[in-house]
Structures are given as structure tokens and as C-alpha cells.
Write a protein that binds this ligand. Structure first.
Ligand SMILES: [Mg+2]
Length: 228
């Protein structure tokens, strides 16, 4: 089989780079932790803390980390608190670590394509030691849902076309890897991205070719298919 030559990878975070321990994270975890830090720092009740946070901006298009300076909350402490709690519910599986390492060695840039903000992306990668608050050696660029100021973020029909338009990525040598067919695979192909990959670590077959894409059970499967 002829190997696939790609110049760049777009990659989802949740369920793609990360995987789940089986412990459910509490909902709105980043908001909850920020409220708790405010309550502790200022001795306020939860309602007041929430009100102060929500008055800082628009949570539909902004990341909570943008509010930290005006709340006078340490970004480092917040980053660590969220990372520590998240590490109970998610982890970075071995295949992600190996895949990202190989792409780095091969000089193929990996950019995120995710609803997560840059701050939240780094927290999640930090759970597996792949990033810190300042960045990740494995990630060349970030395309958070809020990149285009659209409240629908990644779920907007404009998301993938806007990335291609703004960054001039060559669609014919671009690959999108995600775990959700509806939000990662079809919209990427529809935007003209040549290679769509769906990862499902519960899939029995290592590799299935269907619907114009590649369905894999482990990111290591891709290493055999790529020209690297
Ligand atoms: Mg996902």
C-alpha cells in the first residue's frame, strides 16, 4: 500500500489525545474550581464568586483563564488545581505519547482542532506531562473553538473552512484526527481536508477504511500508514 504523505495534522483533544479513566469529572469543572479559589481567597460565598466570574466577560467566546488577572487569581495555581482534579478522570494514553513523539521527530506539525481553549488544552496535555502552562513541544499551533469569536466554536459549519482560509494550510496534504464522526470527520472532509481519521480505542479492528476515511483503534496504527 502506498504510504500517505502529509504536511500537517489537525487533532482533536478529548477522546483523541486524551482517554477516560472511568471516573466522571464534575460538570463545569473549570468554573467550579475557579469559584472555589475565589471563595477561599476572598472569603466570599459561592453565589458572589460565580457572579464575579461571569461579570468578567463572555464565557461563550472567552476562556476563564482570560479572567484571572482581573480576579487576581494566580494562573499557575489555577492551572495546577484543574490539572490535578482532571487527572482523576482523564489520562494521556501511551499511543498518544508515541504518536506525538514520532510526529515531532518526523517534523510533521500537529495543531489542535478542539473546543478547548489553549489554556485548557495545555492543562489536559499536562495531565500526561506533555505540556505546561507555557506550551507543549508537541504542538505547533492551536485552533481552539473560540479562534473565530463564534459562540458555536468548533461546532460551527465555518470552523474548518475558516482555519484553512486564515492559515493557508494545503488541504490536499492535511489530516484531521478526531473521535467524533459528526464533529471531527465529516466537517473536515466537507471543508476539503484530504485525510480524515477517526480514533475509537474500543474498536475491535485495528483499521477500517470506510466513508472516505480511516477508522483506527490506536494512533500507532497510523504510523505504518504515513510516509515518515
Ligand atoms: Mg473529541
Amino acid at each position: 500500500m502506498k504510504k500517505i504523505k502529509i504536511s500537517r495534522i489537525l487533532m482533536d483533544i478529548d477522546g483523541t489525545m486524551t482517554w477516560y479513566t472511568g471516573v466522571r469529572a464534575r460538570s463545569n469543572l473549570m468554573l467550579q474550581i475557579l469559584a472555589e479559589m475565589l471563595m477561599e481567597q476572598y472569603g466570599t460565598d459561592k453565589e458572589t464568586a460565580m457572579e464575579r466570574i461571569l461579570n468578567c466577560g463572555d464565557t461563550a467566546t472567552q476562556c476563564l483563564s482570560e479572567f484571572l488577572p482581573s480576579l487576581n487569581i494566580s494562573a499557575e495555581k489555577y492551572f495546577a488545581a484543574v490539572r490535578d482534579e482532571l487527572s482523576e478522570s482523564i489520562y494521556i494514553p501511551e499511543d498518544t505519547k508515541i504518536f506525538l513523539e514520532k510526529m515531532k521527530e518526523a517534523g510533521i506539525p500537529v495543531c489542535t482542532a478542539t473546543t478547548n481553549s489553549i489554556f485548557a488544552t495545555r492543562i489536559k496535555l499536562a495531565v500526561g506531562g506533555l505540556a505546561d502552562i507555557d506550551g507543549s513541544p508537541y504542538i505547533s499551533g492551536y485552533h481552539p473553538g473560540c479562534e473565530f469569536g463564534d459562540p458555536e466554536g468548533k461546532f460551527s459549519a465555518h470552523y474548518f473552512p475558516a482555519i484553512l482560509e486564515k492559515h493557508k494550510y494545503a488541504p490536499e496534504t492535511l489530516m484531521m484526527i478526531g473521535d467524533e464522526v459528526e464533529h471531527d470527520f465529516y466537517p473536515a472532509l466537507k471543508a476539503g481536508i484530504r485525510y480524515g481519521v477517526v480514533i475509537d480505542r474500543k474498536q475491535k479492528e485495528r483499521l477500517i477504511a470506510k466513508d472516505g476515511g480511516i477508522f483506527i483503534s490506536d494512533l500507532r496504527v497510523l504510523l505504518d500508514l504515513l510516509e515518515i
